[in-house]
Design a protein around this ligand. Structure first.
Ligand SMILES: C[S@@+](CC[C@H](N)C(=O)[O-])C[C@H]1O[C@@H](n2cnc3c(N)ncnc32)[C@H](O)[C@@H]1O
Length: 269
């Protein structure tokens, strides 16, 4: 399945149905993303792969006299972003349905492009970032978060790999999405891609944070299983999966440490 189909199919619907869950999982990376983006009060901000719009609304709180446009390829997620946004509270934030690889952006119309995990799914990264770069004014900034897989013995990969093996083949998470997720995980390659796309001053900062999977181990299992396709797991499997999450239970919920790259770059002046 192509990523565009997945984000307009079960994967996108799941993200649209659980915006609070995914925001809780990814919000720990926002401080580093917004530090890198350095959004000013008058900035015009473009949020690529904005999903349900959490980062678009956060950007609008910083760009109080500017404006924010969120673009996403998923109809369900753009609809959810619009439903969650109140112009009276959130300011000048609008959402457009489109494929960021081809979308007709206002050329040079933005000061900052941000993305929290929405730029890994392109068929041709150099072409896509060249196109997106054209939306930035000269000297404009790009800042995005993308996964930095933990080593095989790392907390997150150890737990998630074990859990995936326990749910069985019928429950496999969409593989095209899983493959694309790590397409920008090599910072040297990302640097070459962005330079070939006309960016300069590329940096990749490793950031690690605790991602929240649920209120407790049983809740985390329910969420993990709901992300996969297939019949409900048996009570025995559910209990065994809860044991995998249990060591990570805290008063703040089930927290797994995960790594990302916060990548920043600039259009030449
Ligand atoms: C991992 S989710 C992140 C969503 C959101 N940024 C967040 O932090 O909640 C990836 C998002 O990128 C979107 N996406 C994938 N490929 C895209 C493309 N070519 N153009 C626009 N959006 C895309 C998906 O629909 C999805 O909403």
């Amino acid at each position: 399945m192509k990523a565009a189909e997945a984000w307009n199919g079960p994967v996108g619907r799941h993200w649209a149905d659980h915006p609070d869950r995914y925001d809780a999982m990814l919000a720990p990376f926002d401080a580093a993303l917004f530090d890198a983006a350095a959004i000013g009060v008058d900035d015009r901000v473009l949020d690529i792969g904005c999903g349900s719009g959490g980062t678009s609304r956060a950007a609008a709180r910083l760009a109080r006299r500017g404006r924010v446009t969120g673009v996403d390829i998923s109809e369900a997620l753009v609809a959810r972003a619009r439903a969650l946004t109140d112009p009276a509270r959130d300011g000048d934030v609008t959402f457009e349905l489109g494929d960021a690889q081809l979308h007709l952006f206002e050329r040079g119309g933005y000061d900052v492009v941000i993305s929290r995990g929405g730029v890994m799914f392109f068929a041709d990264h150099v072409a896509a970032f060249t196109h997106i770069g054209g939306a930035l004014r000269a000297g404009g900034r790009l800042a995005f978060v993308c996964p930095r897989p933990s080593p095989p013995d790392g907390e997150e990969s150890r737990a998630l790999t074990l859990l995936a093996s326990m749910v069985g083949g019928d429950h496999a998470v969409d593989t095209s999405v899983a493959r694309s997720m790590v397409s920008l995980s090599d910072p040297e390659r990302t640097g070459s891609v962005l330079e070939a796309a006309g960016f300069e001053d590329v940096t990749a900062l490793p950031v690690t944070a605790a991602t929240r999977w649920g209120a407790d181990a049983a809740d985390a299992v329910d969420f993990f299983v709901s992300r996969t396709q297939g019949p409900p797991v048996t009570d025995g499997t559910h209990a065994a999966m809860a044991d995998v999450f249990r060591p990570y239970e805290t008063p703040e919920g089930v927290l797994l440490r995960a790594g990302v790259w916060v990548v920043s770059a600039r259009r030449p002046c």
